[in-house]
Design a binder for this molecule. Sequence first.
Ligand code: CP
Length: 304
Amino acid sequence: PRHLLDFQDWSPERLTAILDNADTMLQVLDRPVKKVPALQGLTVCNAFFENSTRTRTSFELAARRMSADVLTFAAGNSSVSKGESLRDTVEVLTAYKVDAYIVRHHAAGAAHLVARYSGKPVINAGDGRRAHPTQALLDAYTVRQEFGSLEGKRVAIIGDVRHSRVARSNAELLPMLGAEVVLCGPATLLPADLAALPGVTLCSNPKEAVRGAHAVMALRLQKERMNSGFLGSLQEYADVYQVNEALMAGAESGAIVLHPGPMNRDLEISGEAADGPRSRILQQVENGQAIRMSVLYHLLVGRD
Ligand code: CP
């Protein structure tokens, strides 16, 4: 595929090649000089229409580590605030001879539109509630790094599944790579249509969800995407669904804790679980840079 918008046109073999190449990228990042010439002469536009810490910074570093020029476009301080359309904005940026786009947007489908308006390869860095494919790749990579393989692994994803593009992308990707996914949350935050995905089950009981799990991912409660109350109170939510030491005691003995970030500490995840020995949350961040290098390389240079 020319773009990474979601996993629709991607085969397990190609996705595995991206994970494999991330091993090489981690080796580059371990060197004193963390730079290779792979993307020299190319310009990557980091187009962020919605806020981000991890995805924006790791894509910027990933492109720079491979010697690309990076044009950073943040909608918040741009003419988007004067009403300029997505199409006009992309046409302006493309006139600068941008070779590829990384797009974060609050609207589902925005990355597809950028692909159409620009005619350039596009990587979706999160569009509304729909997809966040590089996050799922770095999550899969982190589980694989821990256990050597994804085959037969059970990943429990607990929290605000309804508003989570991370949950949706993981529910598509992990089963393609041999893992089983259980999505868990209060019924109001658990869309039934996700049960139709192969290798995915839904469950409202977190104790059941973590039983046999090798990895437990807490999801942020996305208060900014909730129009109305979803539950009695946040405390009631935390009492039942918080990923903490007590819940993790019911998972596999070597199970790891994941969170895509940003975290609401002591709401969907306890501080102890976030910082404890099972936590791989900063490992996810570190792996994110290598995965994004691998994706950029794959799309802009070639697979090998
Ligand atoms: N996980 C994630 O996408 O984080 P940011 O919103 O900070 O990029």
